[in-house]
Design a protein around this ligand. Structure first.
Ligand code: NPW
Ligand code: ADP
Ligand code: K
Length: 500
């Protein structure tokens, strides 16, 4: 797991390192600047003529120090400072003083088009409001230039918390970020503005994970070892039994994709409860599953109860529909399930406006809404969510005692505790029908094999994104379809034993 920080957390850590640990601020700044200087060389930036664009805060101070490092190695580097002298931080003032002693050239109205490389050191994690005026004009001119752009810590104009563009922002080729990845570099559009992100250790104190009041994390490839090991003496009961209520009169695909993904992830057995119309197609396409069917008659509760008693894990929702029968099935499960429960799609649509019924359920619940569904069940608009994705996802999880997987290009996962996850695997090829059903199947499969909802959710989402990335590498983002992701889960699980 990789630790991510918000802007506020980074400021706290800077401060802690300086005041409590005792490393002087200028030492940190020197290391920060050196890491940017090294990145300029390693990433082969064209250093014929460099402009370092600085703000008045410590991000600007980093920039002035980078200009000095370039200057002393014979590179022609101009410094342009936006903002007034009386706004300089103490460190910025000292850096400017050093640069003046080196007779580095300061320019007033820099023309970005004249430079081969531009270093963006206007705003870092201290960006506090919308960018406008001279800042906006300069950033727009910089984005129009053909120069390669290196951002210091975070592209100026990007919110370090949400990845939002505050007015306008620098479009960088490479960003060197200090100590920790900032959440705003992972969320879109920030992730697109950052280009390639390099994280540099500059001596900031590494707070133990448990000491963060709110710990933002992301999975990485080595976390795949958390998928439960296969036991040599295991039988199909060992790997879990799933009861899945999915599909409706005209929809069989969602049931197929989620059931198939669960089996491909390693679940022992699955029983699909679905409409009679799906009998032929499902039993032909997935004979490995077991089935119980219902028709136009009233829902037979005993049939469902039997499945619930047999199962270790229950899933409800994919393609279920929102009619009376679907509602009866959902409420039977809520009343009688009593086992770890996953709810997606129509299961969630049916719950809109009455989410509090979930608080009565005696076992853990994991829900997987996309943003539209999240909006329906929470009353939070998509726009509001984008302003505070971590906070709003966590608050919702806490309110209803759930594990919430809020699906988007960067999915956010929270069980309401002090650990919250952002997922960074995956690509736009996954915005294809049935992709969410595959995720649902993967999550059911992981729970069936014994992971808790909190363990399974970030791992399953990461795993699903990896499957999407492999599918994209084979079929391309345009042509990949949900079934390709199931095929690729096989390849990822083969890797499980080789990571770590
Ligand atoms: N010693 C340390 O702590 C270390 C810090 N480090 C580096 O410092 C960075 C953080 O520095 P920081 O806290 O000084 O904030 P920073 O990002 O420079 O921005 C603040 C300035 O911007 C201004 N401003 C903000 N928004 C604005 C807007 N929309 N439009 C116009 N102006 C706006 C704001 O102005 P004011 O609000 O005062 O008017 C203020 O002048 C961090 O990202 C890292 O790069 C590293 O060197 C390691 C050691
Ligand atoms: N641009 C993207 N980058 C990464 N993942 C994406 C992107 N777009 C969609 N996804 C993922 O694809 C899945 C889509 O799920 P969902 O919207 O429920 O689709 P469906 O209902 O068609 O199955 C989610 O897991 C989501 O996170
Ligand atoms: K910057």
């Amino acid at each position: 797991m990789k630790q991510i920080v918000t802007g506020g957390q980074m400021k706290f850590l800077d401060d802690y390192t300086i005041r409590k640990i005792g490393i002087p601020s200028l030492v940190l700044m020197e290391r920060a600047a050196l890491s940017v200087y090294q990145a300029l060389l390693e990433e082969k930036f064209p250093l014929k003529k460099v402009l370092v664009l600085c703000g008045t805060g410590n991000n600007g101070g980093d920039g002035v120090a980078v200009a000095r490092m370039l200057h002393v190695t014979g590179v022609s580097a101009d410094i342009c400072i936006l903002g007034k002298k009386d706004h300089y931080t103490e460190e910025m003032r000292k850096q400017v003083n050093i640069a003046e002693n080196y007779h580095i050239s300061f320019v007033k109205n820099a023309v970005p088009a004249e430079y081969t490389t531009i270093v963006d050191a206007v705003f870092g994690v201290g960006l506090s409001r919308e960018v406008d005026g001279i800042y906006r004009d300069t950033i727009e001119a910089l984005n129009r230039s053909e120069a390669r752009i290196m951002a210091v810590d975070i592209p100026s104009g990007i919110s370090a918390d949400t990845g939002k563009v505050l007015g306008c922002a620098v479009k960088a080729d490479v960003t060197v970020t200090f100590a920790y990845e900032k959440a705003g570099l992972l969320f879109y559009p920030g992730a697109s503005y950052a280009g390639k992100v390099r994280t540099a250790d500059i001596g900031i104190y590494k707070l133990p994970r448990n000491d963060f009041e709110l710990s933002v994390l992301r999975c990485e490839e080595k976390d795949l070892y958390r998928i439960p090991e296969r036991k040599p003496d295991g039988n199909k009961g060992t790997y879990g039994k799933i009861f899945l209520a999915a599909g409706s009169r005209d929809i069989s695909g969602a049931a197929y994709l989620s059931a198939c993904a669960a089996l491909r992830t390693g679940a022992g057995m699955i029983k699909v409860h679905t409409r009679e119309e799906n009998r032929q197609v499902l039993t032909t396409m997935l004979p490995e599953a077991m089935y119980s069917f219902y028709d136009d008659e009233e829902i037979k509760k005993e049939q469902i109860q039997e499945g619930l008693t047999w199962a270790d894990v229950i899933g409800v929702g994919p393609g279920l529909g929102t009619g009376q029968q679907a509602e009866d099935i959902l409420y039977t499960i809520l009343a009688e399930g009593g086992k770890p429960l996953l709810i997606d799609a129509d299961g969630l649509n049916l719950l809109a406006g009455r989410m509090e019924v979930l608080t009565q359920y005696p076992a853990p619940i994991l829900i997987t809404p996309h943003l539209g569904e999240f909006s329906r069940i929470s009353g939070v608009s998509v726009k509001e969510w984008k302003e505070a994705p971590l906070y709003l996802t966590r608050r919702f999880a806490q309110k209803y005692h759930l594990t919430v997987v809020c699906k988007d290009s960067r999915t956010v996962i929270s069980d309401g505790s002090e650990e919250i996850f952002i997922n960074t695997s995956g690509n736009s090829g996954m915005a294809t029908a049935g992709s969410g059903d595959v995720l649902f199947g993967i999550l059911m499969g992981l729970l069936a094999q014994g992971l808790t909802a909190k363990e399974a959710a970030p791992l399953g989402v990461y795993f699903h994104g990896m499957a999407g990335d492999l599918a994209a590498s084979q079929k391309g983002e345009y042509s990949m379809i949900a079934g390709d992701m199931i095929t690729q889960t096989t390849e990822i699980l083969k890797k499980r034993g080789t990571v770590l």
